[in-house]
Design a protein around this ligand. Structure first.
Ligand code: FAD
Length: 279
């Protein structure tokens, strides 16, 4: 059976890896010249600097297991020292000692800090439980429902925090800067609550990691292990259903496949679907 995967980000490359023993003949199409998609880094003075997905949390079971299994060296991101600069002065700064940091933050934010941390812990625990369920979902809203996050997903992060009683000071000095740091986006500009809380998981007590040689190298290794045919700089422009099969037209021509997986957001893929139900 011939399978085409469109996109070599972590979605496409991990799928190829998980199917590596399925006897399928897998081709991965990638419009860019390198694999990894939004897991992306630039080399700075010989070291990778992440400019997309920067780290992964211990709760991310799949990446933790894959890095262990494939012997990929990961580094624990030290969260010992961070602070907030308001343009003139440091509003607060953490310390190498966890105890001193906790005390400093408690002095600044009061017990409201514990309230916010308890929400973050709840979000993390639901994510962990979701892995154990091993259930299939067909859309992001369906996945959110299965994780019991409907309410926080429908509301903005900003109003979510207010509804849970998180005060303005901790919002503007801790929660919103976290979204800016993680996503390069402000959490008070329409970001939903789920995305907002995910960015705060980094402030949790369990370790977070990045891959020493750059996070996108995970995609390279997965694709190599899966022994796929990798078609780089090959943008897919249309997929057409022809009987039981699918013809894929890309910059390099047209090929017929038995199955196709689109592992990229459709908004950016700009792929024309012909004779295919868009749902
Ligand atoms: C700034 C930023 C920071 C982030 N930080 C984190 C983080 O710290 N931790 C974390 O877990 N997540 C983080 N994320 C989210 C994470 O990067 C994404 O969820 C994940 O990388 C998405 O992977 P994907 O495979 O679904 O899609 P993508 O990585 O977008 O891969 C899709 C691939 O398909 C290719 N493609 C698109 N259209 C076509 C076409 N027509 N033909 C051929 N190829 C095509 C694209 O070039 C791309 O390589 C961050 C995202 C951003 C943007």
């Amino acid at each position: 059976m011939k399978l085409a995967i469109i996109g070599s980000g972590i979605g496409g490359s991990s799928l190829a890896y998980f199917l590596k023993d399925s006897n399928m003949e897998i081709t991965v199409y990638e419009s860019r010249e390198i694999v990894g998609g939004r897991m992306r880094h630039v080399d700075f003075k010989g070291r990778p600097v992440e400019i997309g997905a920067g780290f992964f949390h211990t709760a991310n079971r799949n990446i933790m297991q894959l890095t262990e299994k494939l012997g990929i060296e990961k580094v624990e991101l030290s969260s010992d020292n961070f602070g907030l600069w308001d343009g003139n002065k440091m509003l607060y700064q953490t310390n190498n000692s966890d105890l001193i940091t906790t005390l400093k933050l408690l002095i600044r934010f009061g017990f409201n800090l514990i309230k916010m941390q308890s929400i973050v812990k709840l979000v993390k625990s639901n994510i962990k439980q979701f892995y154990e369920k091993d259930e299939v979902f067909h859309s992001v809203p369906e996945m959110i429902k299965m994780m019991s996050f409907d309410q926080i997903y429908q509301e903005s992060f900003d109003s979510n925090l207010s509804n849970f009683g998180v005060k303005e000071k901790i919002k503007t000095e801790l929660a919103l800067p976290a979204t800016k740091y993680i996503y390069h986006q402000c959490g008070n500009r329409g970001m939903n609550g789920f995305a907002g809380y995910v960015s705060l998981i980094a402030s949790d007590d369990e370790p977070i990691y990045y891959i020493k040689k750059g996070n996108r190298t995970l995609c390279e290794i997965l694709l190599r292990e899966a022994r796929v045919t990798l078609s780089l700089k090959d943008k897919v422009t249309s997929i057409k259903k022809e009987g039981d099969r699918y013809s894929i037209t890309s910059e390099n021509g047209t090929i017929l496949y038995d199955k196709v997986v689109i592992a990229t957001p459709m908004e950016i893929a700009k792929i024309e679907l012909i004779n295919i139900d868009k749902k």
